[in-house]
Design a protein around this ligand. Sequence first.
Ligand code: SF4
Length: 502
Amino acid sequence: MSKVNLSLPAVQIREIRINSITGFQGGAAELVSCARRGIKDNPRSFTQCVGCASSKAACMTILVQDGAVISHGPVGCSSCYHEFAFTYRVNSPLRGVETPTQRKIYSTNLTERDTVYGGNGKLANAIREVYERARPKAIFVLTTCAAGIIGDDVESVCDEAEAELGIPVAAIFCEGFRSSVWTTGFDAGYHGIARKLIKPPRKRRDDLINVINFWGSDVFKDWFAPFGAKPNYITPYSTVESLARSSEAAATVQACSTLGSYLGAVLEQEFGVPELPTAPPYGVAQTDRWFRALGKLLGKEAAAEQVIAEKKAEYLPKIAAVRERIRAIKPDGELTAYVTGGAAHGHALLSVLGELEIKAAGAAIFHHDPLFDNGEPDSDQLAQRVKDYGDVPNFNVCNKQEFELVNVLNRLRPDLLLARHGGMTLWGAKLGIPSLLIGDEHYAMGYEGLVKYGERILETLENDEFVKNLERHAVNPYTDWWLRQKPNTFLTRKENRACAAV
Ligand code: SF4
């Protein structure tokens, strides 16, 4: 049954809507098989840190080019939002935005007094002032724990402001305490956008394909050209108008299925835009499947076969050459790598390792969605990885608990660490492990991506002097006691059983 209900102000949280979990240690194949039988979370009795859903909602709204964002809460809740202004500026060349505009980010700065007397009036005044100062085409109001606890009627304030100002004013319910899976914040942002910005389609456009993504390079433009289409990137670098017309696209594809799971389902179920029913194109086998699925969805199977044939003729020899050079780095043994990243993209990097014939020693992935909102097993990137390249041992679903990451890295001592988030590679580097962070999530996509990513892996492995020096001088903040414990010490169940049925 569909869990999409745009008549409700708030989206249903992930752990209830699609049964997502944040705790598991075992093998990837076991986790994948549990998705079919019902999965069971394994909570921690100790947690070092967690993320906040409001920053995920901020990430998807701040980067809308002509919008403004108001955090309704204490000013500290928005203290990390400036990172997205930085991201917007530095990644704008990847999207051809020549003069990136200033991001418009505000806070209602709720104080102790406001938590006693209520913050509705302050929010209403803030929306008016932001409109006067920034003249945005839409305003996104992000809720915080304080606003949720005192019960401010954010929805009504936004609706009244919308009627007064004549622009969409979207209330986005993303309080950090609402969900233990912080990616619920992405869903909350999309829910608000779908309710207030996306308009019913006037017609279907064969030349437009939605790409739900972060801020990766514009690889889809070239890939869609043989199909007579161009990408409509959602939401970073989109505009209020391009979001409004996303309902008219011929299809929606995901750059990271965990990111766009909810919006893909909304666009399909509420606006009739079909979602590509397969995981994003990482690794040769999945890239083949992705282009074939795209051709089938668009009714252009011949174009898909031609793209596959041409690209494989060009890139398979280059992939083989990179593989050979990687193998030569450790001629007498198997090169091993550990991956840390969010779900879906972390799984994608495991496929890249499989394709380059680097043994996956393990992974720390921030949460796990057994099945996405489309209910489509073929969208499960981890399942594709296991099917194409085999199981991944030491697979840890771990919401950025760095104490577990350090424990595991210290035990496994892989030859390489791959990460997608800032702050994670330093742990590999301190242990003398060459560590690679690439923030462009499109970098390893497709056949050509395997060559590019393989080259970066080679650079990282061949230039290990810095991390070897760092290891000699770094102080590990974790005690010997902790490093001797098993990494699953603080998981409630010590046995590796994820299936609810067992
Ligand atoms: S968890 Fe709550 S209090 Fe903390 S930053 Fe997020 S919204 Fe603010």
